[in-house]
Design a protein around this ligand. Structure first.
Ligand code: SF4
Length: 179
């Protein structure tokens, strides 16, 4: 079955992608603060550090380092699923398309930072909950895990990647068997 490739993703897809992203970061931050609330200063510092890292890698490093070599930067009037191609066009020069796979090369590549921002709250919350258990903290941990699964199985596999004009060069799409 052929799948439509979007030059312009619908706003509903953009809203879902960014809504799930911001909810994930927000619940991860809240979970870290709740898990360590026996030590309020540490909890706040950890939560704020995580939130800053997550937002910067997504909304600063991605448009500066990944988007410039994405197909969506080359298409007039295009809008990718995150809409970050629009932001990237304002803050970074375009790069050759064949550099796009570099997003997944090397230990500190953007793919690893991105995955780290999504996964990190889960292992970071566990020690805090072991010594400072709270039902709210456990609920936040489960919510972040559920959002991670939703992201991979619904947002990526259904909403974003099958319709993406960059999927031919994207290591993430290849890893998911989408081409
Ligand atoms: S194929 Fe998926 S992960 Fe890769 S650029 Fe497109 S939407 Fe992003």
């Amino acid at each position: 079955m052929s799948v439509a490739v979007y030059r312009v993703y619908p706003w509903s897809s953009v809203a879902l992608y960014n809504g799930v992203t911001l909810l994930h970061f927000g619940l991860g931050t809240a979970g870290l603060i709740v898990a360590y609330d026996r030590w309020p200063a540490f909890a706040l510092a950890l939560g704020c550090a995580y939130l800053a890292f997550a937002l910067v890698q997504m909304y600063v490093l991605m448009p500066l380092t990944v988007c410039p070599s994405c197909a969506y930067r080359t298409m007039s009037g295009a809008r990718c699923v995150s809409a970050l191609n629009v932001l990237s066009a304002r803050i970074a020069a375009t790069r050759p398309l064949d550099e796009f796979p570099r997003r997944g090369s090397g230990i500190l590549c953007h793919n690893n930072l991105y995955l780290g921002s999504l996964i990190a709250p889960i292992p970071l919350m566990v020690p805090g909950l072991v010594v400072n258990f709270a039902v709210a903290g456990l609920a936040l941990l489960l919510a972040v895990a559920a959002l991670l699964a939703f992201r991979f199985f619904v947002v990526f596999k259904r909403t974003a990647c099958p319709h993406c004009a960059a999927k031919g060069r994207c290591p993430n799409a290849q890893a998911m068997g989408i081409s």
